[in-house]
Design a protein around this ligand. Structure first.
Ligand SMILES: Nc1nc2c(ncn2[C@@H]2O[C@H](COP(=O)(O)OP(=O)(O)OP(=O)(O)O)[C@@H](O)[C@H]2O)c(=O)[nH]1
Length: 402
């Protein structure tokens, strides 16, 4: 789903490569479209308290203003050519810095300073003595030669852009492709398309519109995540479960499962180790095939099945129970290590005294849907079956009788 964030910018790339003469590029959908898109996404980001995005939107606004003021004349004019030489470099470096630097909260001195700086960095290029700077460079250098004859993007600009994009991709894969970084990458890619197809009329407006759409999609997915995904286990939570249960087919089943003696576990090892266990259990459940796992709340989880075969259900649930019971959990005792090095030592074989391997078990209660039984009643029967499993001695599966 997260890849949806890049879809507007990929669509723009396909259009530019396949249909560069398309009438779409002759004009924006309506005058001021790019400004309105920026304002709309900024208002939403404010409303949703995702103010980090305002730095990016401020940069896009400053960039669009600079292009409107300074790049709407033939590239053969020396000051236009110079502005074009510096804008991609400055954009790539500033956006790279925005990712790397810690971003202060918006309503602080640092936050307001960063917001103004993000808008002013591209605009400053309109007023800086670029010709003097250029005069100090050697007359001819291969780094300043264009990459493509029909486009003045030079090797230096292209290398910095590529370096920033490559750094971004490396960070993305290292951090497991988080949504905000995909949104930031989409902004950079939109601008890169504008620099590569500079001669296209209205492309700066389209690039701003597309970058705003990517940020809008990122915001929407972030909100979905907040509303439907449990932060600790990364499983969908109760609100998502209720949505699923309301769409349930006639042949289906629901299982409630619960960690055994979890209170004692928390009391023995501490709440943070208890959290590690829930996270791990979430990962084990998410990997199961043929069922959808939810965190119901606390140490309770729910599994939803789209079949009503008791024998198969019992087999599948026994498998889950066994997998959890067999999983060796290495827990760190005596709190978290003070630093990375101590943590590394503690995890190594020679210095294993701070860790202990423990096991947990789960009890499961399953109910098969009867006719058009209501979700609440189905859940209640699964919960009763879970209660029976606890009474039976825990670490077992009980199927509710029909
Ligand atoms: N670490 C951690 N503990 C949680 C979380 N949510 C609930 N718990 C704990 O889960 C424990 C549940 O305890 P009980 O309902 O008494 O159940 P139990 O000890 O597992 O006993 P049985 O279910 O009868 O086997 C409580 O101690 C809660 O504090 C959580 O997000 N993290």
């Amino acid at each position: 789903m997260r890849w949806l964030i890049l879809s507007p910018v990929l669509l723009l790339a396909v259009m530019l490569i396949g249909w560069p003469e398309h009438a779409l590029f002759a004009a924006l959908p309506f005058p001021l479209a790019a400004w309105l898109a920026l304002a709309f996404v900024a208002s939403l980001a404010l409303l949703m308290r995702q103010t980090d995005w305002l730095y990016w939107l401020a940069f896009l606004a400053g960039h669009y203003f600079t292009v409107q003021q300074g790049l709407q004349r033939p590239i053969s004019e020396p000051d236009v050519d110079l502005l074009y030489s510096y804008l991609p470099l400055v954009s790539a470096l500033w956006l790279g810095l925005l990712v790397l630097l810690p971003r202060p909260p918006l309503l602080t001195k640092g936050g307001i300073g960063l917001l103004l700086a993000s808008a002013m960095v591209p605009i400053a290029l309109l007023y800086l003595p670029l010709p003097n700077w250029q005069a100090s460079l050697p007359d001819y250098h291969w780094l300043l030669q264009p990459v493509r004859a029909e486009n003045p993007l030079n090797w230096l600009q292209a290398s910095v852009l590529l370096l920033v994009i490559a750094g971004w991709l490396a960070q993305l894969s290292y951090r497991n492709w988080p949504k905000p970084m995909l949104g930031q990458l989409a902004v950079l890619l939109s601008l890169a398309l504008f620099y590569l197809w500079l001669a296209q009329p209205e492309l700066s407006g389209w690039a701003t519109l597309i970058a705003s759409s990517c940020l809008l999609l990122t915001l929407a997915l972030q909100m979905l995540q907040l509303a439907y995904i449990d932060e600790l286990t990364q499983l969908p939570q109760r609100r998502a479960l209720m949505g699923h249960l309301n769409r349930l087919g006639k042949k289906s089943a629901v299982t409630m499962l619960d960690v055994d003696h979890f209170k004692k576990f928390n009391d023995t090892y501490g709440h943070d180790v208890g959290d590690q266990v829930l996270r791990l259990l979430g990962a084990i459940l998410a990997k199961q095939r043929g069922m959808t796992a939810y965190r119901y709340g606390g140490e309770e989880f729910t599994l939803v099945f789209h079949h009503a075969n008791p024998k198969k259900l019992k087999e599948q649930l026994e498998q889950v129970r066994q997998q959890v019971a067999d999983y060796p959990l290495v827990v760190r005792q005596g709190g978290r290590p003070k630093d990375h090095e101590t943590g590394k030592k503690q995890r190594s074989a020679k210095h294993n005294s701070g860790s202990k391997t423990v096991q947990i078990t789960i009890s499961l209660g399953c109910a098969i849907r009867q006719g058009s039984e209501k979700p609440e009643s189905l859940l209640k029967r699964a919960d009763e079956a879970l209660y029976k499993a606890k009474k039976k001695g825990r670490n077992c599966v009980v199927l509710a009788s029909s």
